[in-house]
Design a protein around this ligand. Sequence first.
Ligand code: ADP
Length: 389
Amino acid sequence: MKHLNVWREDFVSGTTVGVIGGGQLARMMIAPAVELGIAIRVLAEAPHMSAELAETAVGDYRDAATVLEFARTVDVVTFDHEHVPQHVLRALVGAGIRVHPGPDALLYAQDKLLMRARLSELGLPVPDWAAVESAEALEEFLAAHGGRAVVKTARGGYDGKGVRVVSDAHGADDWFTALAEDSNGGALLAEELVPFRRELAQQVARRPSGEVVAWPVVETVQKDGVCAEVVAPAPATAESTATEARDIAIQVAEGIGVTGVLAVELFETPDGRVLVNELAMRPHNSGHWTIDGSVTSQFEQHLRAVLDLPLGSPAPLQPWAVMVNILGGPAGESLVDRYPRALAGRPAVKVHGYGKEPRPGRKVGHVTATGDDLDAVLADARGAAACFL
Ligand code: ADP
């Protein structure tokens, strides 16, 4: 493990949160940590990552010895991503290290088949699903679901990778072959293709000692499997739908024992039902609006939750907040070069840059606009984001 910055042993902060993963989610925990007077140490996958503003070590999060060495220098371990293997997480817990969320909860963010099974067990609404181990089993599922299905790899998918709509029993043969070659074997997740009206996301935060708070449910818009835009709260939402979304997320957090911030990605069906798609047990793109739009941002709340501190109000500061991701970014230019154009005449817009090299499709920042007129807020956020194309 290489120490990029020397640990500031002289700095008596009293409390240090260790974050595994050096991406923008870890980076966005830094500002509230500074405000709270809490130190952040990051175990990054590579040098020069987004979160390197904090004290950073570079090391392999899949290696128990590396992660243990890192974890012994902090008071609590949390995450920028959900990929730390179970054996590593359990080694930390076994060594008496505080880990939030813990391995028993993270399991359900790491494996979509286990997640579907657990949610079904909890009686929560999910799309029709099955674990399929062969083209024959997929054919059976297709036949029972009008000839089309969504097939997902149980592990390792993100931003739409590992998700495929199939209408042919052989449409996932490459994945079945890969599974057969993997010594662990396993199955794919087949789901009904939900004819959703829109996608929603519900975030909650939960402390180890039990307190839970919920932000308002938001609408998320994906482009090419990647979150593009978030409107908070989700416009024209029936009271019953908002309540159901909140209750589902609280049931997930309590049922699975999630600590920290939890995002529940949901489908709203044309008949007003809500189905759970995915779980993320960390700050999430659907909650970036909270930095500028809510009394307590998801990043501050996550720190408070993993430290088991009293949680802050999730109340919105303005009637509307719209977040638009900056994807790709200006080639060969820094984001800041575009700030004059993006910000001019848009005093209600905030820009957040992640300090990442622009590459096609890469999330390099986001903008958030807030206000009381949704059309104006949408125009502001979209107009500002367009200045980075
Ligand atoms: P990832 O883990 O890559 O984010 P998701 O499981 O969230 O993958 O799926 C990515 C996107 O694919 C979703 O946001 C949604 O737009 C679409 N999708 C996923 N599952 C279904 C489904 N059962 N029916 C319809 N669309 C789906």
